[in-house]
Design a protein around this ligand. Structure first.
Ligand SMILES: [Zn+2]
Length: 110
């Protein structure tokens, strides 16, 4: 029977690309996640990643769903939430100007 899972908590480190994510099964343990490692696939210090996922990446597997552990996914979600929050709190200085131009077909000068 699996241990009761706690919600993972994510803590931002010195940059937005580094997060500490607590273990879902062992709340006293946290893993370091580096989101831009492995060419953007991410890196995690947990056993599952090091034993199972990093070898796949080393073999050339670039599948995001196959190479990311739950900690990487949690960190990515937290980063996304943070960015959306910050973007939403920024004052909107620029009103979209409508001069009747069709923005869907931008003209390209060659
Ligand atoms: Zn992990």
């Amino acid at each position: 029977m699996p241990a009761a899972r706690k919600p993972m908590t994510t803590t931002r480190q010195e940059t937005l690309l580094r997060w500490k994510v607590t273990s879902a099964t062992r709340g006293d343990i946290s893993h370091l996640v580096i989101l831009n490692a492995n060419g953007g696939l991410g890196w995690c210090s947990c056993e599952h990643f090091e034993m199972r996922l990093q070898p796949k990446i080393n073999e050339g597997n670039r599948c995001e769903t196959a190479t990311r552990c739950g900690h990487i996914l949690a960190a990515r979600k937290s980063l996304t939430d943070l960015i959306i929050q910050q973007l939403g709190s920024e004052p909107e200085h620029q009103e979209p100007e409508d001069h009747g131009q069709n923005q869907t077909t931008p003209q390209q000068s060659s």
